[in-house]
Write a protein that binds this ligand. Structure first.
Ligand code: PGA
Length: 253
C-alpha cells in the first residue's frame, strides 16, 4: 500500500524529519537507508536543524547509502561519500564507523557488492528507507530495463540519467558511466519506506509508479508491493496521480 501525502514544498522536509524522529524514538539504533541527489538536501537540512534542537539523536544510528559512482573516491566532490559527509554526517552526532556507502573505487567491485549486502543483512536489514525517484522511475540507481537486480550490483547508467546528473558535474563527459547500487531486494525489504519528490517534471513518472502496472520499466512501481510506503509530494509532483484501482494507494492530506 502506498500512502500519498501531499504538502507544500516547505512542509516536506518537516514531515520527513518527523517521520525519522518517530522511527528513532521507537528504535534508537535503527538501520536507515539514505539517498543523495537534489531533493533530499532540504530534508537533510531539516534533520540537522532538528538534531541541533536535541530532537533527533544519531548516536546509535546505522546508515546505508543507496549508491555510489564507480571511479569516484570519497574526496571527489561529486562522490556520494563526500555529499553525505558535507550535508549530513558532519553536522550530527553519528559515529562515522556506523555510516556505510558502497566503495566505488574498490579493487574488486563484485566483491564490494557482496560485502555490502552481507553487511546490511548482518546488521538486520534496513528499518527505515528514504528514497528519491529519478525522472525515469529509478530508485537508487536501479535503472529501468528488461530486468531488475535484487542484490547490490554494478549498474551501467542510462544516458538519460547521466544527462540528468550532468548538472552536478558541469559536463556530461565527467559523469561516471557506472555506479554501485543497492538492489531492489534490500530496498523492498526495508520495514518502512518514505519517498520524496517535488515539481511538475516528476508528475508523469510518479503517476506511472503509483497508478501504472508493476514493471521493470518503472522500477519505482515495485513499491506498490510494499506494505508501508509513504510518498511525500508537493502538489505539482502529485498532480497526475489518480485515485486508484485496487486500493494500492491512499491519500492523506
Ligand atoms: P533528484 O534525484 O532528487 O536530484 O531529482 C532523484 C533520483 O535520481 O533519485
Amino acid at each position: 500500500m502506498i500512502h500519498i501525502r501531499i504538502a507544500n514544498r516547505e512542509q516536506i522536509p518537516i514531515i520527513v524529519a518527523e517521520h525519522l524522529r518517530k522511527q528513532l524514538e521507537r528504535k534508537p539504533d535503527s538501520v536507515i537507508g539514505l539517498p543523495t541527489g537534489s531533493t533530499p538536501l532540504m530534508v537533510y537540512r531539516e534533520i540537522v536543524a532538528q538534531h541541533k534542537k536535541g530532537k533527533i539523536d544519531f548516536s546509535r544510528v546505522i546508515t546505508f547509502n543507496l549508491d555510489e559512482y564507480v571511479g569516484l573516491d570519497g574526496k571527489h566532490v561529486q562522490s556520494y561519500k563526500y555529499y553525505m559527509y558535507k550535508n549530513l554526517f558532519r553536522h550530527v552526532n553519528i559515529d562515522l564507523n556506523n555510516t556505510h556507502i558502497p566503495n566505488g573505487v574498490a579493487e574488486n567491485l563484485e566483491e564490494e557488492c557482496r560485502r555490502y549486502d552481507q553487511l546490511i543483512e548482518q546488521l538486520g536489514g534496513i528499518d527505515w528507507q528514504l528514497l528519491g525517484i529519478g525522472l525515469n522511475g529509478h530508485i537508487g540507481f536501479n535503472e529501468p530495463g528488461e530486468c531488475l537486480s535484487a542484490v547490490t550490483h554494478v549498474q551501467r547508467l542510462l544516458e538519460e540519467t547521466r544527462i540528468a546528473n550532468a548538472r552536478f558535474f558541469g559536463s556530461l563527459q565527467d559523469v561516471p558511466t557506472h555506479a554501485i547500487t543497492m538492489g531492489m531486494g534490500s530496498i523492498l525489504r526495508a520495514k518502512k519506506i518514505v519517498l520524496i519528490a517535488t515539481g511538475q517534471e516528476k508528475a508523469k513518472i510518479l503517476a506511472k509508479a503509483v497508478n501504472g502496472p508493476i514493471t521493470t520499466r518503472v522500477p519505482a512501481s515495485f513499491l506498490q508491493l510494499h506494505q508501508d510506503v509513504t510518498f511525500v509530494l508537493d502538489q505539482a509532483a502529485a498532480s497526475a496521480i489518480t485515485r486508484l484501482r485496487n486500493d494500492s494507494c491512499e491519500f492523506a492530506h
